[in-house]
Design a protein around this ligand. Structure first.
Ligand SMILES: Cc1cc2nc3c(=O)[nH]c(=O)nc-3n(C[C@H](O)[C@H](O)[C@H](O)COP(=O)(O)O)c2cc1C
Length: 346
């Protein structure tokens, strides 16, 4: 299939990224062309035991496009409970089971990548979720624990026989964590063999890596880290513009400034929404939330600019939105702050 043709047909999704893909960033990506976004992974055990911070991960914002809720766990009864709760909210278009996260705290409870070793437990977990929801159900996983142990087709069988309608492959083995080669050959073989829709994930960071993945025949590609502070990647991967135009520093800087301002404004709206919807929780103030997110996410909009390293260090001393705005202006000039309707007064 010719590359351009492949990209015109393929959907583009935002991957679940714990700590990043809360509602404000998802909305930013939707506005720039993401066809579907995923929540951060939500703990089935957390929901089962009534954890309010876990419920906050399922908040969506007005204006969001289609959102899927990703759930992790390893106990079928907890996963069934979580699937029913997520369905009741009436705000998700799909539920997804995480069988790929390699982080020790997740694997130790038998969830995430630990499930890859046990396709029959994956089947049981998916069946429990299937019976608890009428929403489309998908699995996100990896080809196997390591290159000499491919369990991909057993996992595909588990998903298909449990009634999943989609299969998302992060085409790296667990032993690779989040780096190294992406196994497009396995992705292409999966597309050949699957009776359900396949989404490919891993290592897409520009239009040409997107095209290479699309050429495997997947129905959708899923963008992860490359979308962070770079949400216009969703429209760029479908663009016919040459890379010199897309990557021109002046264009990039204008897009970054605008996305930073919009992201900040959405964070302020989201903070007010959380305070309204979770009145009994001890939530950080909007200043507190913005200070945290500026250190994890927002600083990325200015990466690579002169002064970025000093700016990043300065963020450790920032405790309010006005201090953040002052730091941005002093570090990168007044043009770095386009006017934005939700700026705080004064
Ligand atoms: C910081 C971070 C958080 C992640 N959180 C999740 C998660 O909550 N659920 C999940 O299925 N994968 C998670 N992943 C994996 C990504 O969804 C994706 O599979 C991986 O980053 C590969 O895609 P990429 O190369 O485009 O980044 C996370 C990855 C990173 C780096």
């Amino acid at each position: 299939m010719c590359g351009m043709h492949a990209m015109q047909k393929v959907k583009c999704h935002l991957a679940p990224l714990a700590g990043f893909t809360s509602a404000p960033f998802r909305l930013l990506c939707t506005r720039r062309g993401a066809d579907l976004t995923y929540t951060e992974m939500v703990s089935a055990a957390g929901l089962f035991h009534g954890s309010s911070p876990t419920r906050q991960l399922m908040e969506t914002m007005p204006g969001e496009g289609p959102v899927a809720c990703q759930i992790f766990g390893s106990k079928p009864h907890e996963l069934a409970f979580a699937a029913a709760e997520a369905t009741k909210l009436n705000r998700f278009v799909e539920l997804n089971l995480n069988a790929g996260c390699p982080m020790p705290n997740i694997v130790h409870e038998g969830a995430g990548a630990a499930l890859i070793h046990n396709p029959s437990l994956v089947h049981e977990c998916l069946l429990a979720m299937r019976e608890a929801t009428t929403l489309p159900l998908t699995l996100k996983t990896r080809p196997g624990p390591r290159p000499d142990k491919v369990l991909l087709f057993e996992l595909l069988d588990a998903a298909e026989t449990a009634g999943c309608s989609g299969f998302i492959l992060h085409a790296r083995f667990t032993s690779q964590m989040h780096g190294g080669d992406v196994h497009l050959d396995l992705l292409a073989e999966l597309v050949e063999r699957a009776k359900i829709s396949v989404t490919g994930n891993g290592g897409v960071y520009n239009p040409s890596t997107a095209r290479r993945m699309a050429e495997t025949g997947v129905a959708a590609i899923m963008l992860g880290r490359a979308a962070l502070a770079n949400p216009w990647l969703f429209s760029d991967v479908r663009s016919d513009e040459p890379s010199e135009v897309l990557e021109a520093p002046s264009r990039r800087m204008a897009l970054q400034n605008a996305a930073f301002a919009e992201h900040l404004s959405l964070l302020l709206q989201f903070s007010a929404q959380l305070a309204r919807d979770f009145p009994d929780d001890h939530l950080p103030s909007s200043d507190g939330l913005v200070s945290i997110v500026s250190r994890t996410h927002l600083f990325r909009y200015f990466n690579g600019r002169p002064g970025a390293a000093v700016f990043r260090r300065r963020l450790n001393e920032i405790h309010s939105v006005s201090e953040l705005l002052a730091a941005v202006e002093e570090s990168f000039g007044p043009d770095a702050l386009p006017p934005c309707p939700a700026w705080p007064e004064g």
